[in-house]
Design a protein around this ligand. Structure first.
Ligand SMILES: [Zn+2]
Length: 330
């Protein structure tokens, strides 16, 4: 235990930790000494000193001093044992981005019920089945509270910024957004945020979106409906169509394309019918590429200006959509 503890402490630089918590410091004369306002008491003149080489701090204002674990104990009011657990979790988090994204997704899910604006927005987009909303793990980012929640669990601001959960100023990246989790192999690898206000409607975190959304559930199906948006996906689920997958846009990345070519199947393409025809054009190009790989395709023809989401929002029902599937031409 003693030796492990020393190793754990050595792995962490007190100065790095403090900086991750946004401590601002300037060098204090000698090479390895830094000074700044004390995070442990109400400080007006910088009295908090850190010796980076020795990994120790001392405050001339409140008299606190010690190593990183001591700092965590005092600043977070934890016992020694709790501080140790906190530091270990902090370390695990630094090594495992998926665990952090999982925590963020869970937090957003907890927020959904607390914000009527979010449920109102989902209703407007045709989603009213609360059990389904839970099943799809849809969440809401009110903005301004994720950072506090995750740093309290020991995740550093630096890590959260690297994952894109915080912006360069350290603020929550998602404000007033409905959030879907993109998973692969049961792990959250990205988050999609749909703004419920007007500006910048769609956002992902930096990094890979992964493969097709919901692919693992439909992989065995001989017939699969492909949609381009997550709200299309969600309303189809709500209407009872579970053999759906989503490409998160009209452009399929190489991995997504390969996923659907892994065995013979029929794919129903239901891209948006936009005024400029870009959805249909993308759909035709994709059909062509899939056929070249021996996959049969059917183009589902929605009426002008519709996508599956607006089809259901404007009163379309499962029976009508089923007729469109049956009428779909190769
Ligand atoms: Zn102090």
């Amino acid at each position: 235990m003693g030796e492990d503890l020393e190793k754990l402490k050595q792995r962490f630089s007190l100065l790095d930790y403090l900086r991750q918590q946004n401590w601002v410091a300037r060098p204090a004369g000698h090479g390895s000494e830094f000074v700044g306002l004390c995070p442990l008491h109400r400080d007006t003149r910088p009295s908090f000193y850190v010796n980076a080489r020795k990994n120790l701090f001392y405050c001339h204002g409140c008299g606190q001093g010690g190593d990183l674990l001591r700092f965590i104990q005092v600043s977070r009011q934890l016992s020694f044992r709790q501080s140790l657990a906190y530091l270990q979790q902090h370390e695990a988090a630094s090594a495992d981005p998926a665990a952090v994204l999982e925590q963020a997704a869970a937090f957003y899910q907890q927020q959904l019920d607390r914000y009527p604006e979010a449920l109102h927005y989902l209703k407007q987009r045709g989603l009213h089945d609360l059990a389904l909303i839970k099943e799809l793990r849809i969440g809401y980012a009110p903005g301004g509270s994720l950072r506090r929640h995750l740093t309290a669990q020991g995740y550093s601001c630096d890590l959260l910024q690297r994952l894109g959960l915080l912006d360069s100023q350290g603020h929550d990246a998602f404000y007033r957004r409905v959030v879907f989790s993109c998973c692969q192999g049961g792990r959250v690898i990205n988050l999609y945020g749909r703004s419920i206000a007007a500006a910048f409607a769609h956002r992902f975190l930096p990094g890979s979106k992964g493969g097709l959304y919901g692919w693992e559930q439909v992989q065995q199906c001989p017939e699969v409906i492909l949609v381009e948006g997550l709200f299309d996906y969600a309303v189809l689920w709500q209407a009872g169509f579970r053999h759906v997958t989503c490409s998160l846009g009209t452009h399929l990345n190489t991995y997504q394309f390969q996923q659907r070519c892994d065995r013979p199947r029929t794919i129903y393409l239901t891209f948006d019918v936009d005024a400029n025809g870009s959805g249909q054009q993308a759909s035709q190009q994709l059909a062509h590429r899939l056929r070249a790989r021996g996959i049969s395709t059917r183009g589902v023809l929605l009426t002008d200006g519709h996508d599956p989401n607006s089809f259901f929002v404007q009163g379309g029902d499962a029976r009508q959509f089923q007729s469109l599937l049956e009428a779909a031409q190769p």
